[in-house]
Design a binder for this molecule. Structure first.
Ligand SMILES: [Zn+2]
Length: 290
């Protein structure tokens, strides 16, 4: 999970750029007639998201694209506005889409913290909240796995996950991701989430949902499996050099470096810290991965 700065884009400017691309004058006029209401969405969204209450936004059923979403503009037309006039290459609003897609530092997906950003995700899915189709605050750069794995579902109080623009700073600073090495014939790594007891219940719940929604336990374990082999070889190298006494310190250094490079709750940091503290793996377990 990575925190992102809110896009430096207003709904008014993005909406105007999207609507400008519509060729049919009648359709354009219907969009222009609701510009103020759409603009108002931004303020309400910002207030609800800041309070962690976005699940209060009223959703609509899937499909039925002919039904009006706002004023005389239908659900289908809102979705088309995004698809045809913002995401499509060559359209006036496409540079805005690109700006959002490229806004994640080092192009790393904020939802999982390791995938490459390839797409733009609607935090509140446009299939359920079509009037938010081109709201910058609702558009998050994401990797394909996170975007595709996210269900097109209504956000409820009990299934809300972390919003990269709005999540509490301490969620990114406090440690909550841990790993353990499972002592089997071929050792492997398991990740677990232990949120600080001091966190408010709604924040703990949100982070736990996030972990589950994006399948992070399984996806982190896949990433970590080859890295565990790497650490087995680091240990073997020290043993071969006769530097057995230095193994723990070498691994602690690696753990500190992973933490600085990838963040305290990255799979890399959690794995390296566990390897550095696991006496069984350092003495015996590593040999089973060589
Ligand atoms: Zn991702």
């Amino acid at each position: 999970m990575r925190r992102l700065t809110k896009p430096n884009l207003t709904q008014a400017a993005v909406y105007a750029a999207c609507v400008q691309g519509i060729g049919d004058g009648n359709v354009r006029a219907r969009f222009n007639a609701i510009a103020q209401q759409v603009d108002q969405n931004e303020l309400v969204y910002d207030q609800l998201a800041s309070a962690g209450h976005l699940y209060q936004w009223v959703s609509h059923a899937r499909g039925e694209n002919h039904v009006a979403a706002l004023g005389q503009v239908t659900r289908g037309e809102f979705k088309q506005l995004y698809k045809n006039h913002m995401a499509r290459a060559g359209k006036p609003a496409r540079p805005i889409y690109d700006q959002i897609r490229m806004s994640a530092p080092n192009n790393i997906c904020p939802y999982c913290g390791f995938g490459s950003v390839e797409t733009v995700d609607h935090f509140l899915p446009k299939g359920r909240y079509s009037s938010l189709s081109v709201l910058p605050l609702n558009l998050v750069p994401a990797c394909r796995d996170c975007n595709g794995g996210k269900l097109d579902s209504i956000l409820m109080a009990d299934n809300v996950h972390s919003h990269p623009y709005y999540e509490q700073q301490y969620v990114f600073d406090d440690e909550w991701l841990y790993a353990s090495i499972v002592q089997t014939q071929i050792p492997y790594i398991e990740f677990l989430l232990v949120v600080p007891a001091a966190w408010p219940a709604d924040v703990s719940h949100r982070v736990a949902n996030h972990f589950q929604e994006f399948d992070l336990q399984r996806r982190f374990a896949i990433q970590a499996s080859e890295r565990l082999v790497y650490f087995a070889n680091v240990i073997q190298g020290s043993v071969a050099d006769g530097a057995t006494a230095m193994i723990a310190e070498t691994l602690q250094q690696q753990a500190r470096a992973e933490r600085v490079a990838h963040g305290v709750n990255s799979w890399q940091s959690a794995l390296a810290k566990t390897v550095a503290n696991d006496a069984w793996f350092q003495a015996v377990g590593y040999t089973q991965l060589l």
